[in-house]
Design a protein around this ligand. Structure first.
Ligand code: AMP
Ligand code: MN
Ligand code: MN
Ligand code: MN
Length: 301
């Protein structure tokens, strides 16, 4: 696959030490969950884009980290890989993603949580398949499993099936018409998942030596009142950081996120949430923390 040019990047981040100089991206996906690149291809892309630090944060799995780390050591690739995971949690009827960074991937509590989450994913996938069958799409479960392969099965795989079979004209429409939930409105083939709680996710991340980050707070479709409640709950559960910078945020959103960090004494993380090469975002692109934020990597010094 052709790599995009790197010339449209901002200058390398120079002001933060601890992690030397260079671009930092602490949220990305591989084909071990719903990303399209293999761990090795993702590393090649990160190097081509001059990233100094990358975290792989697949949904409820750490498989990509081991493969990528072996590749880095074998080829002596100049990049610092941070172990990571994006854990799906349930809170007040919402699905909230908690990213764990810099953790011991061999920790037994983490491995047990992953087993439980994978069971929840499998059961939900079967139920989604049944609901989609009632909508007239008989083999959706089987087809989604085929795309997911050995990896974590997600709704993104179902969206791809509906799109590829011509049942919806965009991936987004698969969520809007069948498998999604907006606020408290659920679509026909939405299935309530059996995720762990925010407290459980944070506790396991800490037990395995990691740092707990609330992923993309702006993407939950929460009112200001509910977002504040969520952040208060996260802080009370000993969460460490908010993901304050991600692609396509406006200045107002950046300021709001920074204010929450300052108000609740939380560190700040940033990441592209890269899944596939696309026009609007890419690894490490336009990711710079506001001056007043406490970078999450200061916790790892
Ligand atoms: P899951 O973790 O199985 O619920 O799958 C959710 C994944 O689907 C997210 O991580 C996104 O990568 C992708 N996705 C794309 N569009 C949407 C949407 N409108 N709502 C939720 N997830 C979406
Ligand atoms: Mn995803
Ligand atoms: Mn997410
Ligand atoms: Mn993600």
């Amino acid at each position: 696959m052709a790599l995009l040019s790197t010339t449209d990047f901002p200058p390398l981040i120079k002001k933060h030490d601890g992690f030397s100089h260079g671009r930092i991206d602490l949220h990305s996906h591989t084909h071990c969950s719903d990303g399209s690149l293999s761990p090795k291809t993702l590393i090649d892309r990160a190097v081509n884009y001059q990233l100094a630090v990358l975290a792989i944060t697949d949904h409820d799995t750490i498989e990509g980290f081991n493969i990528a780390q072996d590749y880095i050591l074998e080829k002596n690739i100049p990049i610092k890989l941070i172990s990571g995971i994006e854990i799906s949690t349930a809170w007040q009827g919402f699905e909230i993603h908690i990213v764990g960074l810099n953790l011991d991937v061999k920790n037994s509590a983490l491995q047990q949580l992953i087993v439980n989450q994978q069971q929840a994913r499998e059961q939900r996938a079967i139920s989604i398949g049944e609901k989609l069958a009632k909508c007239g799409f008989a083999d959706a479960y089987h087809d989604a499993k085929k795309i997911a392969g050995e990896g974590s099965i997600t709704r993104a795989h179902f969206a791809k099936v509906l799109y590829q079979q011509g049942h919806v004209s965009t991936l987004q429409k698969a969520f809007d018409q069948y498998i999604g939930k907006k606020g408290r409105n659920t679509q026909r083939a939405y299935v309530k998942p059996n995720w762990c709680s925010i407290e459980q996710a944070i506790e396991v991340i800490h037990t395995s030596g990691g740092t707990a980050v609330m992923a993309h707070p702006i993407r939950y479709d929460l009112s200001a009142k509910w977002l504040r409640r969520l952040i208060v709950h996260f802080k009370e559960a000993q969460g460490n950081a908010l993901e304050v910078i991600l692609p396509q945020m406006n200045p107002q959103q950046r300021q709001t996120m920074l204010n929450y960090c300052l108000e609740y004494d939380l560190h700040a993380s940033m990441g592209s949430d890269f899944h596939h090469p696309n026009k609007w975002s890419d690894l490490g692109r336009n990711l710079i923390l506001p001056d007043k934020a406490k970078p999450i990597w200061a916790m790892w010094a």
